[in-house]
Design a protein around this ligand. Structure first.
Ligand code: FES
Ligand code: FES
Length: 154
């Protein structure tokens, strides 16, 4: 089957029910997307499918046929969206990251939020980010970075 990731088609020799996360990490060797719970509970594995944030640990690869998948590696590329660049800059300036494990998922959720709603309220941020768990408790800085990015985009 063919998997479109970060703008490129990849031929994949994988069982149709392989979770997208393992197709990305094991088959394509893109390790920026993390495994946390494997049960769609923590958000560490968040990627975009046609621009929507999804939990790649719980998405069978066959369900991605004809869809465009974007990973953290894709938004970091020069061809990534302008919003992604502002979000990553805000993350750096706010020094959000502690251990970093959850952060690619956090950033993917934040980008998806700001793509849809460039001026989110606190409630909008809490709602969009509620599925991304951080064991280092960086939530306050994540909210601040999303606010900063929103102001820069405004
Ligand atoms: S690893 Fe996918 S949501 Fe936790
Ligand atoms: S920064 Fe460590 S889990 Fe979030």
């Amino acid at each position: 089957m063919t998997l479109n990731v970060n703008g490129a088609d990849h031929e994949l020799d994988a069982a149709p029910d392989t979770p997208l996360l393992w197709a990305i990490r094991d088959h394509l060797k893109m390790t920026g997307t993390k495994f946390g719970c494997g049960m769609a509970m923590c958000g560490a594995c968040t990627v975009h499918m046609d621009g929507q944030p999804i939990r790649s640990c719980s998405m069978p690869v066959q369900a991605t046929a004809g869809k465009k998948i974007t990973t953290i590696e894709g938004v970091s590329s020069p061809a990534g969206s302008p919003i992604a660049k502002v979000v990553q800059q805000a993350w750096n300036e706010s020094q959000v990251v502690q251990c970093g494990y959850c952060q690619s998922g956090q950033i993917m959720s934040a980008i998806a939020l700001l793509e849809k709603n460039p001026n989110p309220s606190d409630a909008d941020i809490d709602s969009a980010m509620s599925g991304n768990i951080c064991r280092c408790n960086t939530y306050h800085r994540i909210r601040g970075a999303i606010k900063d990015a929103s102001e820069k985009l405004g």
